[in-house]
Design a protein around this ligand. Structure first.
Ligand code: XMP
Length: 512
C-alpha cells in the first residue's frame, strides 16, 4: 500500500499548497473533505492527518468540524491556523476571538524543544493570518512557541503526537515552513518518502495496462500540455493501442497545428490521427457574432467531428482525458458549487459525459506543475511543455465580431509578431499569456501619401498564477514599439495598435 498523508480541507485557500509542499517532500498526499469519516480515513490508512486553515471561526455556530473520532485513530495530526483552534476546542481547550488579530509577518520564538522544530533556529519568521487564538490548552498539551501577538503560537501533545501551529508553514512567507512540514512528516509521522515522478510513471503504466488490457483507447489531443501528457503516458503504457485524435479546427495560431503534428510524428512519435476540420468550424461560425454563441457552436462542432473520427478509428472502448487534481477537488470542496458561468469554456476535457466510452484519467492525482514535470520525465519537448495556455475556441474568441478566413489571416500574422518580439522580453518566463486581438473597428491612418482606413489590433499580455486573476504586463516601451511598428508595417489590413491595460477582474483575459 502506498504511503499517504491526508489533508482535511476546511475551506482554506492554501489547502492545495499544503498538499503540494508534502508531495515536494516526496510523500504522496490527498486533499479530502473536512468531514470525511473515520472509517473512510481508516481505509486509506494515512500516516498522518493535517487540518487545513479555513475562513470560519470555531466560535461560530455551525463551524465545519472533522469526525471527532479522528483524534482516536492514533496517527499524528497537525492543525494549521483554524485547524489548530479546532483541535484545541474539540479537545476541551479554550479559544477566544481576537479583537485585533495578527496578519502578515511575525517573529515566532520556540519556547520548548519539539520534534516539529527540530534542527531549526529558536526564532523564526512566520506568516500569520488569524483573528481567533487559543487561550487555554487542552489536557496533555504544552506551549512550544509564542509570538508577539499570540502567547500560544504553537502547541503539542507529544504523547499523542498532535500538534497545532497558528501560522502558515505552507506559504513562501514562512521561509522555513517547509522544514517544519518535513519534520512533521519524517520525524513525527515516520514517513519513508520516495514518491517521485519516475515512481508515478511506473505505477500509472501498470494501472493503465490493468484497466485497459488489449482494448483500444482514444485521446483528444488539443496541443495543450495536459492532453499531450495524457497521450504520451497512455502511449507509453499500451503503445499503438492508444490513438490520439487531433482535430485541426482552423482556429489555431500561425504554425501551431503543423508544430503539433511535427512533434508527434517525428520527435515523439505516437499513433496520431489528424483531421483537418477547418471548413466545418468556419461554416458553423458564419454570421455568428455573440461570444457565447461562438463558444457553443465551436463546442458542438468539436463533439460532432470527434465522434465521427472516433468511429473512423474504430473499436475504442476507452477515452483518455487530461483531468487534473484541482478539477477533482474543486468539485468536492466545502467552498461550494461551481460559480456563475462567465464564459462557457470549451476544451477537450469538455466532452459530454454521456459518450459511450469509459473514461481514463491518468493525471487526475496531479497538479499542473507536476504534469509539466511528468511531461519532462516522459521526454516531451520544452516547446510543448512551456506553451502558454491557449483557449479551446482559439482565435475565434480573439476576433471580435464575425470570424472569417480573412480575419484569421490578419490575426495570425499580427499574433506571430507579438510572439516573436516578446521573446526579447527578459521576463518572458513570468508572462502567463501574450497575444493579439483583432478588433472590428476601423480607423484612419496615413501611409506614405495615402490615407488608409484599416483595422485596429489590441495587444494583451498578462501575468497570472492560475488564470483566475491577472495583471497586465509592464512591457518595456522598446518592445511595445517593435511590436507596433512590425504589425503596422508588415501586416496588411492593420494601421493601428493599442495596448490593453485592464486587470482581471473586472476585465477577463480573453476579450470574448
Ligand atoms: P478568461 O478570459 O476567462 O480566461 O479570463 C482565463 C484563462 O482561461 C483561458 N480560456 C480558456 N481555456 N477553454 C480553455 O481551455 C476555453 O474555452 C477558454 N476560454 C478562456 C484563457 O486563455 C485564460 O488563460
Amino acid at each position: 500500500m502506498r504511503e499517504i498523508v491526508a489533508v482535511l480541507d476546511f475551506g482554506s485557500q492554501y489547502a492545495q499548497l499544503i498538499a503540494r509542499r508534502i508531495r515536494e517532500l516526496g510523500v504522496y498526499c490527498e486533499i479530502l473533505r473536512h468531514d470525511t469519516s473515520k472509517d473512510e480515513l481508516a481505509a486509506l490508512a494515512p500516516k498522518a492527518l493535517i487540518f487545513s486553515g479555513g475562513p470560519a471561526s470555531v466560535l461560530d455556530e455551525d463551524h465545519p468540524v472533522p469526525d471527532p473520532r479522528v483524534f482516536d485513530m492514533g496517527i499524528p495530526i497537525l492543525g494549521i491556523c483554524y485547524g489548530m483552534q479546532l483541535t484545541a476546542i474539540m479537545l476541551k481547550g479554550k479559544v477566544i476571538g481576537g479583537r485585533s488579530g495578527e496578519y502578515g509577518h511575525a517573529i515566532m520564538k520556540v519556547t520548548k524543544p519539539s520534534n516539529i522544530f527540530s534542527d531549526m533556529d529558536k526564532e523564526l519568521d512566520v506568516w500569520m493570518s488569524h483573528g481567533d487564538r487559543v487561550q487555554e490548552l487542552p489536557a496533555g498539551f504544552e506551549t512550544i512557541a509564542k509570538s508577539s501577538g499570540c502567547e500560544i503560537a504553537a502547541m503539542a501533545d507529544p504523547s499523542r503526537q498532535i500538534y497545532g501551529v497558528q501560522f502558515h508553514p505552507e506559504v513562501v512567507h514562512t521561509p522555513k515552513g517547509k522544514q517544519i512540514i518535513r519534520n512533521f512528516l519524517y520525524k513525527v509521522a515516520g514517513c519513508k518518502g520516495g514518491w517521485t515522478m519516475a515512481g508515478f510513471i511506473g505505477e500509472s503504466i501498470k494501472r493503465i495496462r490493468n484497466t485497459v488490457g488489449k482494448e483500444r483507447v482514444i485521446c483528444a489531443l488539443s496541443g495543450g500540455v495536459d492532453s499531450a501528457v495524457t497521450a504520451a503516458l497512455t502511449s507509453r503504457a499500451i503503445g499503438d493501442n492508444m490513438v490520439a485524435i487531433f482535430v485541426d479546427n482552423g482556429l489555431m495560431r500561425a504554425g501551431e497545428a503543423e508544430e503539433i503534428l511535427d512533434i508527434f510524428t517525428r520527435e515523439y512519435p505516437l499513433n496520431i490521427h489528424m483531421v483537418n476540420a477547418s471548413k466545418e468550424f468556419l461554416d458553423a461560425l458564419r454570421g455568428v457574432i455573440d461570444p457565447e454563441k461562438k463558444r457553443k457552436s465551436i463546442g458542438k462542432t468539436f463533439i460532432d467531428v470527434f465522434n465521427r473520427e472516433a468511429e473512423r478509428v474504430g473499436g475504442a472502448r476507452f477515452l483518455a482525458q487530461g483531468t487534473l487534481y484541482p478539477d477533482v477537488i474543486e468539485s468536492r470542496s466545502p467552498r461550494g458549487g461551481p460559480s456563475a458561468t462567465i464564459k462557457s469554456h470549451h476544451n477537450v476535457g469538455g466532452l459530454p459525459k454521456d459518450m459511450k466510452f469509459t473514461l481514463l484519467e491518468p493525471l487526475k492525482e496531479l497538479f499542473k506543475d507536476e504534469v509539466r514535470r511528468l511531461g519532462k520525465e516522459l521526454g516531451l519537448p520544452d516547446r510543448l511543455l512551456k506553451r502558454q495556455p491557449f483557449p479551446g475556441p482559439g482565435l475565434a474568441v480573439r476576433i471580435l465580431g464575425e470570424v472569417t478566413e480573412a480575419g484569421l489571416k490578419v490575426l495570425r500574422e499580427a499574433d506571430l509578431r507579438v510572439q516573436e518580439e516578446m521573446q526579447n522580453y527578459e521576463h518572458i518566463d513570468e508572462v502567463w499569456q501574450a497575444f493579439a486581438v483583432l478588433l472590428p473597428v476601423k480607423s484612419v491612418g496615413v501611409m506614405g501619401d495615402e490615407r488608409t482606413y484599416s483595422n485596429v489590433v489590441a495587444i494583451r499580455a498578462v501575468t497570472s498564477l492560475d488564470g483566475m486573476t491577472a495583471d497586465w504586463v509592464r512591457i518595456p516601451y522598446h518592445i511595445l514599439e517593435r511590436i507596433s511598428s512590425r504589425i503596422i508595417n508588415e501586416v496588411r489590413g492593420v494601421n493601428r495598435v493599442v495596448y490593453d491595460i485592464s486587470t482581471k477582474p473586472p476585465s477577463t483575459i480573453e476579450w470574448e
